[in-house]
Write a protein that binds this ligand. Sequence first.
Ligand code: MTE
Ligand code: MO
Length: 324
Amino acid sequence: MQKIRSSEITPEHVYLSRRRFMRLGALALGSTALTACGGQLGETLAGRPAPAAPTKPADAAADTLGIRRDEFGDPANSFETISTYNNYYEFTEDKEGVAKLAANFKAEPWKVTVGGLVSNPRTYDIDDLRRKFDQEERIYRLRCVEGWSMVIPWIGFPLHKLLAEVQPKAEAKYVRFESLLDPNQYPNQRPLSLYPWPYTEGLRLDEAMHDLTLMVTGLYGKPLPNSNGAPLRLAVPWKYGFKSIKAIVKIELTAEQPKTLWNTLAPHEYGFYSNVNPQRPHPRWSQATERRIGESGRRPTLMFNGYADRVAGLYAGMDLQANY
Ligand SMILES: Nc1nc2c(c(=O)[nH]1)N[C@H]1C(S)=C(S)[C@@H](COP(=O)(O)O)O[C@H]1N2
Ligand SMILES: [Mo]
């Protein structure tokens, strides 16, 4: 796999408010954490050359597996790249360090509870989910809010099939997702961690019901690697990658918009909706372009990450430039 220089990405972690730092002032924060976070300028602000025409195919290693392409014709990144370049903060903030730390993660047995405002609350074993719902391949783009992207051949089933089974009540308006809390397995969930664990995310019910919204159980036809959120994660391809929560243990239907980890940490940087929008810069960097991992140069970012024809209607009447 091609080595990815850390200078080529703009970390989304850790925006931490000054107040939070003061409160935790005694904590010996590594200086890396500080500089890696707030200190760095966005890729596009760092005096880089204008976007160059990307070279294709994205990833030489993809050839050996037979190239899969997304619906826009872009080749998928290799299994190697997808499973070794990760954002998974429960393990580490180092993208290339996740796979090693996650090697012994215990992804089975695994239970997922689905409850809240539903008529038929259920607890599923991961195997129940694999057996019960047809597993299909969906080759989606993943656009991280930091300004890089990949093409990933996921295996999974649409979330709406699961929701149909538990039957949301009329009052249910949102879906809340929760990741595993287990400091014994996640080194970065140590006591006094600066993150409000567990990782949580949320969708409006109609977003959750959209056919593009996928419950992911695998990639490249194999069970999901630990580094990608085994055994169960979400893929919401028109939103920034942090919405696609990993290692899900709980799904809850709610009447109110749920709190989410990134929105709690830095509400002015990471909105609840966080739809990919090249015209709306992150407060610290532009979102107009992205670096496809494996390509040279940058390519333009597309509205809703290219899925506008199918999802724009969900936001009719909403101001897309606002920070929701
Ligand atoms: N539980 C959990 N889910 C998570 C994250 C995380 O740190 N913890 N990182 C998010 C971010 S920022 C991105 S870009 C994607 C990365 O997914 P990948 O590593 O499979 O490419 O996972 C998202 N889901
Ligand atoms: Mo991300």
